[in-house]
Design a protein around this ligand. Structure first.
Ligand code: FAD
Ligand code: DLZ
Ligand code: SF4
Length: 509
């Protein structure tokens, strides 16, 4: 029987040679289509570095496929035949090539998934949408796990994933006798002259072309394009990961929550941009980490902490995304409506912690988890920023941002806008937390020890004002009840000073 001739569309975050759509095709007779598209670069106006990274990685992947024998139609952004959107580009290819089928692996994001579904009725050929087996838990499996549970908690999901993947298991027991070593991972860090740095790369000729294109076409997008030091091939991304395992992973657990001035990466892996576009494989990197633990080069709290982020948090937020979309993106439990302050774009603020997080975001398209959660996220929560506006900011500014992972982290974890579906308590904290976990406060014009007044750390009054404003919504949360009681014990004039300090600061934004 002759096989149908396929048009295989490979999306920008599907840069994996074992992708299901490619596995279902035949290099000898099928055509692969990849395209740099106006619509995908501007549905939020992505950081320049993110666009450059993805375009360069896409162009390198097209070369990788050609070397493997595929015929690839790669449409650059400035090509004459560029039609600007997935739908228009595929329509043109269908008209020209007359394939018997369109093959595509399911999209990572609801907006694009809807588009692909729509093609079933608009294109004159069958559209086969294949599962994305680069994730360890499919949306259907997650739905089955979630159904009938009163509460969804990452910890229980994670244990199932450990059993399923057999990672860090000794028989049917977790290695070391405990599932989770997070309690050991909360140390503040000190400046260390030998602090490891992520492996960097000089742009090759392909990247140079992309950088010139992005400078011309996206000059008015947020962020610095240069210097550009990302890996853009699978081999280089793997080498960057191996360097992390050797140099930073041993301290990953201990200092996972730490922040330090002038140290944007600390002991983090800086690999989410590689994982999320398909250059790295989640299970493969977890196995490498387990190997490092088994061979004695890293401690269990580091290996377990890392593996939990990948097979736990990363898979869990994706499950929540597909369970709750559409609609999840408009969650707003606290009814917050404040516009996003300008300093999220300019970094012009006296708050040293926020300035550091936004400045490095602008320069690197990167901030680590605690900066995202406890500095920019925490500030937005306390100030009552509209969660949807904040979501669009996070989606735009980080090189690793795709809606399936960014949205639950922003709306669920950081803003508690889903009312506690994803997180067990709002990640709201005063300046004391930031002071404990960082050295920012020592360089700040505000005084972290003062609660109110013009020189007080703004996080302090805003924190108590947040508790006061939302106490009816949070007093029944066992992890927040104590804070509500503490607020209610403040003398009325202190409560008054808190409200006034918070209002004065917010009015100045
Ligand atoms: P490491 O700290 O070295 O962790 C290793 C890996 O674990 C990461 O690369 C990532 O793949 C995974 N991981 C860790 N935490 C999470 C998490 N909470 N959810 C999912 N995966 C996780 N991550 C993204 O990949 N894309 C996003 O758009 C994104 N947006 C976020 C927005 C907010 C408000 C918050 C609080 C977190 C967000 N995260 C996002 C999660 C996390 O901050 C990043 O994955 C991490 O900072 C990436 O840096 P790293 O590779 O150095 O991670
Ligand atoms: C994020 C992104 C960007 C910036 N540009 C492109 C592009 O030009 N072409 C492409 O195929 N994909 C791009 N992407 C990734 C898509 O937006 C991604 O496939 C969807 O977010 C679905 O996960
Ligand atoms: Fe941030 Fe407050 Fe510390 Fe300044 S004093 S760095 S605003 S936490």
């Amino acid at each position: 029987m002759t096989k149908p001739r396929n048009l295989i569309l490979v999306l920008g975050d599907q840069l994996t040679p074992t992708l299901t759509s490619l596995a279902a095709g035949d290099p000898a007779q099928d055509r692969v289509l990849m395209a740099e598209l106006h619509d995908e670069t501007t549905y939020v106006r992505h950081h320049k570095k993110k666009i450059a990274f993805l375009f360069s990685a896409m162009r390198h992947f097209a070369e990788e496929l050609r070397r493997a024998g595929w015929t690839v139609d790669y449409v650059t952004l400035d090509a004459q035949g560029n039609r600007g959107s997935f739908t228009a580009q595929v329509a043109e290819a269908v008209a020209e090539l007359k394939p018997e089928r369109i093959l595509v692996t399911e999209a990572g994001e609801w907006r694009v998934a809807q588009m692909l579904e729509g093609w079933r009725t608009t294109f004159p050929v069958p559209v086969e949408i294949l599962p994305d087996d680069r994730f360890l838990c499919s949306p259907t499996e997650f739905g089955a796990w979630a159904s009938g549970r009163q509460q969804l908690r990452m910890e229980y999901f994670y244990r199932d994933m450990r059993r399923r993947t057999r990672l860090l298991m000794d028989g049917d027991q977790p290695a070391g006798g405990r599932w989770n070593f997070d309690a050991e991972n909360r140390k503040p860090a000190d400046i260390d002259l030998f602090m490891p740095q992520p492996k960097t790369y000089q742009p090759d000729a392909i990247s140079q072309d992309v950088l010139a294109l992005v400078a011309t076409r996206f000059g008015n997008h947020f962020g610095d394009l240069l210097p550009f030091r990302y890996a853009v091939t699978r081999a280089d991304a793997e080498a960057a990961f191996d360097a992390f395992v050797r140099e930073a992973l041993p301290n990953f657990g201990d200092f996972q929550d730490a922040m330090l001035t002038g140290q944007p990466f600390l002991y983090h892996a800086v690999i989410a941009q590689y994982l999320n576009c398909g250059l790295l494989d989640p299970l493969r990197i977890c196995r490498k980490v387990e190997e490092a633990y088994r061979s004695g080069t890293v401690k269990l709290n580091a290996a377990e902490g890392f593996i939990r982020q990948i097979i736990g948090w990363r898979e869990y937020v994706r499950g929540i995304y597909w369970l709750k979309m559409p609609g999840y993106e408009r969650s707003n439990h606290f009814g917050h409506t404040r516009p996003l302050p300008d300093f999220y774009w300019t970094a012009v603020t006296d708050m040293a912690c926020v300035r550091a997080a936004v400045t490095q975001t602008k320069e690197l398209a990167y901030a680590h988890h605690i900066q995202r959660l406890m500095v920019t996220g925490n500030f937005a929560l306390l100030a009552g920023v509209d969660p949807h506006e904040l979501h669009e900011w996070y989606l735009c500014v980080y090189a690793d941002a795709y809606e399936w992972v960014e949205l639950p982290n922003t709306v669920g974890m950081s803003q508690f806008a889903d009312g506690g579906l994803l997180a067990s308590k709002p990640y709201a904290a005063s300046g004391a937390y930031i002071n404990r976990m960082s050295d920012y406060c020592g360089h700040c014009r505000y005084d972290v020890k003062q609660r109110t007044g013009p020189d007080a750390c703004p996080f302090n009054a805003l924190y108590w004002d947040f508790i006061a404003r939302h106490r009816e919504k949070i007093r029944h949360n066992p992890r927040m009840a104590q804070m509500v009681r503490s607020y209610e014990k403040f003398a009325p004039d202190e409560q008054q000073r808190i409200a006034e300090s918070a209002a004065t600061f917010l009015a100045s934004l």
